[in-house]
Write a protein that binds this ligand. Structure first.
Ligand code: NAP
Length: 260
């Protein structure tokens, strides 16, 4: 679609910032959102210096009203790509983890993604096209994730919702694409926010975003960037649920370095 914008949530760091750089290289004018204005402004300056049209909208997506405000600010524009990327995790024993942080996580990882998916898809249907990519996680493809229980549950929601809606769109012959990016560990600020250290080596956010965009353009619904995670998530689904939970829990427990 000509003159269409790419919107990236959670663009102030990590995978979101790399999505912005990749989409700029593809020639999209950008709209970037997150809470940290200073970080967004730094990225805006970098991209504008390279000749990319770039706008920033600060928003706290844990607030429903802020999601509606973001969509209101996008109302006059055609949205070619929308990357629903903002999110965070937490790690620990469920009996002990901070419930307010978890409810905030559900607001950002589930409710905001749900609401923005609905509003963006309605807009894209009216436009008769567009790409909506939800950033889930390989965590969302495992049956459960002991010691990172809430995060795994939020990402399962995103993967399940995305798969279901993709099927519905296909059945009505829609030109609108929806997919879910499900990476394993990626080296970003995620760890310090989630209070973890990865059990496995991470991929770079540059590789993750570039791979995701390539697969999105091929209209792949579930996108898993590495062979190791592809095999792990398939394995996690074919073995008995209790065994899968034990193995995943064993991996997650290794991450409990800071808060154990
Ligand atoms: P990151 O560097 O910590 O980036 C997270 C982004 O989300 C930041 O831009 C942050 O911006 C934004 N965000 C968080 N809470 C927000 C809120 N309430 N309102 C608006 N924006 C908010 O971590 P990342 O790894 O790039 O994470 C991006 C996505 O990838 C997340 O959905 C994460 O679950 C997913 N993921 C990460 C990994 C990994 O290993 N890193 C693996 C699989 C999936 P502000 O703080 O400025 O608001």
């Amino acid at each position: 679609m000509k003159n269409s914008y790419a919107v990236v949530t959670g663009a102030s760091s990590g995978i979101g910032a790399e999505f912005a750089r990749c989409l700029a290289k593809e020639g999209y004018p950008l709209i970037l959102t997150a809470r940290r204005r200073d970080r967004l402004e730094e990225l805006e300056s970098e991209l504008k210096a390279q000749g990319t049209e770039c706008h920033i909208i600060t928003a706290d997506l844990s607030q429903k009203e802020e999601c509606y405000r973001l969509m209101e600010e996008l109302s006059g524009r055609t949205i070619g790509v929308f990357i629903n990327n903002a999110g965070f995790g937490d790690c620990g024993v469920f009996l002990e983890t901070d419930v307010d942080k978890e409810l905030d996580m559900i607001d950002v990882n589930v409710k905001a993604v749900h609401l923005l998916t609905k509003l963006v898809l309605r807009k894209m249907e009216k436009q008769d096209g567009g790409y909506l990519l939800n950033v889930a996680s390989s965590a969302g493809l495992f049956p459960s994730g002991p010691y990172m229980a809430t995060y795994y549950a939020t990402k399962s929601y995103v993967a399940s919702l995305t798969r279901a809606v993709a099927t519905e769109l296909k059945e009505i012959g829609s030109n609108v694409y929806i997919g879910a990016l499900c990476p394993g560990p990626v080296d970003t600020e995620f760890n310090s926010v989630a209070n973890v250290e990865f059990a496995l080596p991470g991929i770079t956010p540059e590789y993750c975003a570039a791979y995701a965009i390539k697969q999105m353009k091929r209209r792949k619904v579930i996108i898993v960037p590495t062979l190791t995670m592809k095999m792990a998530t398939v394995g996690g689904r074919i073995i008995p649920l209790a065994a899968s939970a034990r193995i995943t829990g064993h991996q997650q427990k290794k991450k409990l370095t800071k808060n154990s």
